[in-house]
Design a protein around this ligand. Structure first.
Ligand SMILES: Cc1cc2nc3c(=O)[nH]c(=O)nc-3n(C[C@H](O)[C@H](O)[C@H](O)COP(=O)(O)OP(=O)(O)OC[C@H]3O[C@@H](n4cnc5c(N)ncnc54)[C@H](O)[C@@H]3O)c2cc1C
Length: 379
């Protein structure tokens, strides 16, 4: 039988807020709540150390959606949803930069480029033909054109010679961002406890009793669930499916002929230069959506070979590629990639479903969580 010490019970038995999930969303939301309600005790619990799910397993793109991806988004949802999502991501990155500063999170304003391989020339025509429409639709967000046609000739890639440049995008260093967010939360007085997996909770009129797998319970006034791709384990009927993303980083390759971040295949494939001599490449989920709808964080030979072949035929044609790092992470996905933020019940609030660009969304989401809390509970 599991036993709980007197000390564990004394130390963790009660809180004003419990936040489940120490990813970018949980930590920033906790910090915003603590700042606004400084007398409250805010605990963040996570089953893993160091944001194991996505926040330290992403590609570090500070991006809002390539032109091909935005067209796909409009077709899958609606113009209003696609525009709203683009705006949240754009504002989210501005908030991250405003809060932590570009240097602290390793942000490089390289811009982002969408490239098209020769076999995608029909898709390229469709996207180039829609740039005017997309630019006028997105103009309201920042008063500028989001997309410009650029020459890809000097990149050395085996792609058609025109690409689409997004001047406001860039790359950041995910470990620096995570450290900055975590330190900021701790400095604000948020308590973070790892190795605590929530198995369930019971809510009554006064409180929520949060049950840890270890047997410990924490009684709190409000619960905030920031479990993104893992949310279905706690709330099975939520419209958030897990979506695994696999990522690979090459061995050092010598000086590369390109820099910055790149999108291809409607955003399903993404790659970037790292440190000037390695390439990070990830994605390809559209190869097999069903297989990747999983919380199992492993890499598979099928995806590794697919991305290796893309590297050798498109990104660095003719070069033999070996990967030195490989990993996967889990996103929270749905046809509609707008996040779910709001009350699930009287005392349980949700901030989940960050789609493929939750780094960009996270600061915006944290502000929105606070907005919902202040609006409904008062300041
Ligand atoms: C491979 C990959 C590449 C990506 N690339 C980019 C990118 O370049 N740019 C971008 O903007 N976004 C990217 N993303 C998306 C982005 O990383 C995520 O959307 C973002 O990190 C989500 O943050 P989060 O805090 O909502 O969730 P997470 O970081 O997933 O955090 C959720 C936390 O909840 C914890 N948890 C879950 N269930 C429980 C439980 N029952 N009890 C306790 N703890 C629990 C997990 O351990 C986890 O730490 C990528 C994601 C992946 C997987």
């Amino acid at each position: 039988m599991k036993t709980i010490s007197y000390w564990e019970h004394q130390g963790f038995g009660k809180a004003d807020w419990v936040v489940i999930g120490a990813g970018l969303v949980g930590l920033q939301s906790a910090r915003r709540i603590k700042e606004s309600y400084p007398k409250s005790r805010v605990l963040v619990v996570d089953e893993h150390a160091l944001g194991n799910a996505a926040s330290l397993r992403n590609a570090g793109f500070a991006c809002f959606g390539s032109a091909g991806e935005m067209l796909d988004e409009v077709a899958r949802t609606s113009e209003a949803d696609a525009l709203g999502l683009y705006e949240k991501r754009y504002l989210g990155i501005q908030k991250l930069l405003g809060r932590y500063g570009a240097e602290k999170i390793g942000f490089q304003a390289s811009g982002g480029t969408e490239v098209f391989s020769h076999s995608d020339s029909e898709e390229a025509d469709r996207v180039f033909g829609s740039l005017k429409y997309l630019n006028s639709m997105l103009h309201a967000v920042h008063g500028k054109d989001s997309f410009e046609i650029c020459d890809t000739g000097s990149s050395g890639m085996n792609v058609i010679n025109r690409g689409i440049f997004s001047p406001l995008e860039g790359g950041l260093r995910s470990h620096l961002l995570y450290q900055a967010v975590r330190e900021d939360a701790l400095k604000a007085g948020v308590e973070i406890y790892e190795g605590m997996r929530v198995s369930d909770w019971q809510e009554d009129e006064q409180s929520v009793k949060v049950q840890m797998e270890s047997g410990l319970t924490v009684t709190c006034s409000r619960l905030l669930v920031c479990t993104n791709g893992f949310s279905k384990r706690l709330i099975p009927d939520l419209a958030v499916a897990p979506a695994r993303g696999q990522v690979f980083v090459t061995k050092t390759l010598g000086k590369l002929p390109f820099e910055g971040i790149y999108h291809a295949d409607k955003g399903y494939i993404y790659f970037r230069e790292l440190g000037g001599d390695r390439v990070l490449i990830g994605g390809g989920r559209n190869l097999d959506f069903e297989a990747e709808e999983t919380m199992e964080m492993v890499v598979t030979d099928r995806f590794k070979n697919h991305l290796k072949s893309y590297m050798e035929s498109v990104v660095l044609p003719g070069k033999s590629i070996e990967f030195e790092y490989e990993w996967s992470g889990v996103m929270g996905m749905n046809e509609n990639r707008n996040p779910i933020i709001g009350w699930h019940s009287n005392r349980v609030c949700l901030a989940v479903r960050m789609g493929g660009m939750g780094v960009a969304l996270s600061s915006w989401v944290a502000d929105e969580v606070l907005h919902v809390v202040e609006r409904d509970l008062g300041v």
